[in-house]
Ligand binder design. Structure first.
Ligand SMILES: [Zn+2]
Length: 450
């Protein structure tokens, strides 16, 4: 072996060591960022499955099937509409005759595109490296983090051999973001749901940049109407009376609807931030019509999104809306795109042992809860309407509200402390003894007046 050969091997060895060190260091960094905590890694993996509504959910089904298998728990898949699977994981209680606890979350997310200005690709689950680490991605707040928190909390309880008195179900819905027709709305009337004998449901909440967790006790419902104004069509140079034209009639409709909107706005402006129950929001979200710049259109359509005050009687609201529309002229039609019946509220006081169970978990962890009625809605509105009491929560304190927004993220520590929260919440709720609990629907109450 001559000196140059020896030098060659020495060099190769040195380069090898460098590559090795580089690999180790990179891995260490990667491990630190991505894999240092298995719960965080799991959330990241879930974010990386693009479950935008209408996407194929097969990968998400496989993800949850594997997780169920890892815990040795039963998973059922029900499909009510093509490509819209509903998943149910079951942690059996020691007394399966007692009404169970349903932990609901939805698999689907709203669309996100890098072009909208995301700092990191929205389906990468990028974790920032600063001291106060954040995980970015669509679904980090709404609501993949909560699904993983439920699962990790149940896993811990199992590892600690803490038995649950009541059966706990994790339900994973498709189609929440566009109205739940193929998800919760199909699931609730099913035999499968009835057989679960659910006594209480937890559903989604929202992040809030305050040091407390809002608990949604009721949801506002969704009404969307399309108003079609038909009028005299003609050449762009023709001149009809305003009230005979489609646009003139639409103008009248808009005037009436906006007068109502202006009545409601001060109620919104003076409402406490956690209570949207007292006002009806009205937005004109689509205006369409016309075929050419020099043709008077024969029809113009308006679409309004209305979220009724939870105090409003729905028959009275319908009557009022129709009056505002039909008084605007003849040949105007209303189509209800969405018209959810009002949904009751869930009692959040000491007479409800499930509320006490959550409250005591929060007290143990020094967390303040605040009851809330959000301006929007979740699947829980359908669940309450089906007679099952429900609270909506997201353990995302001190977090800007970024549901559906660009650069949706969640603090890694916030995510991890949410697992501690659910561990206690689930343990307490599943331990509510039979003699303390009343009939589930007795925890619901109607808030409409008249
Ligand atoms: Zn959501």
């Amino acid at each position: 072996m001559d000196i140059s050969t020896i030098m060659f091997y020495v060099k190769m060895w040195a380069i090898g060591i460098l590559f090795y060190l580089n690999a180790v260091l990179c891995n260490t960094v990667n491990n630190f960022v991505y894999d240092s905590n298995p719960s965080v890694a799991l959330l990241q993996k879930y974010i990386q499955i693009n479950t935008t509504t209408y996407n194929n959910l097969d990968k998400a089904v496989t993800f949850w099937t594997n997780l169920a298998a890892a815990q040795g728990v039963e998973i059922k898949k029900y499909v009510y509409k093509p490509n819209m699977p509903v998943l149910v994981l079951k942690w059996p209680g020691t007394n399966q005759s007692l009404p169970g606890i349903m932990l609901n979350s939805h698999m689907d997310v709203v669309p996100a595109s890098e072009q909208d200005g995301w700092l990191y690709p929205p389906f990468a689950g990028h974790i920032t490296q600063e001291q106060d680490r954040k995980i970015y991605g669509r679904g980090t707040q709404d609501m993949k983090s909560v699904s993983i928190q439920y699962y990790e909390a149940l896993k811990r309880l199992k590892e600690k051999k803490i038995s649950l008195l009541r059966t706990v179900y994790m339900t994973l819905m498709p189609d929440e973001e566009v109205g739940a027709e193929a998800g919760m709305l199909s699931f609730l009337p099913s035999q499968e749901f009835k057989a679960m004998n659910v006594g209480f449901e937890l559903d989604e909440g929202g992040a809030l940049n305050v040091p407390m967790i809002p608990v949604f006790v009721q949801d506002k419902v969704v009404w969307q109407i399309q108003v079609d104004c038909h009028g005299v069509a003609g050449h762009g140079s023709s001149f009809q009376p305003t009230n005979a034209t489609a646009t003139g009639k639409c103008h009248n409709v808009v005037t009436n609807m906006f007068a109502f909107r202006d009545e409601q706005y001060p109620l919104f402006a003076s409402a406490p931030s956690n209570d949207s129950s007292g006002y009806t929001s009205v937005n004109l979200n689509r205006v369409s019509g016309g075929t050419a710049n020099n043709v008077v259109p024969n029809v113009v359509s308006l679409t309004f999104d209305i979220r009724p005050s939870t105090k409003l009687n729905e028959d009275k609201l319908q009557q009022m809306l129709e009056e505002m529309v039909y008084s605007a002229g003849d040949n105007i039609t209303i189509t209800y795109i969405s018209k959810n019946p009002q949904s009751p509220a869930t009692m959040a006081n000491s007479t409800n042992p499930f509320w006490n169970a959550i409250q005591s978990a929060a007290t143990d962890l020094n967390i303040t809860l605040v009851t809330a009625v959000p301006p929007g809605s979740t699947d829980a509105r359908h669940v309450r309407l089906a007679g099952v009491p429900a609270f909506g929560m997201a353990p995302q304190r001190n977090t800007p509200t970024l549901l559906h927004a660009v650069n949706e993220y969640l603090g890694v520590n916030t995510f991890l402390s949410g697992i501690d929260f659910y561990e206690k919440v689930i343990k307490n709720m599943a331990s509510v003894p039979a003699n303390l609990a009343r009939n589930p629907s007795s925890y619901l109450y109607n808030t409409t007046i008249g």
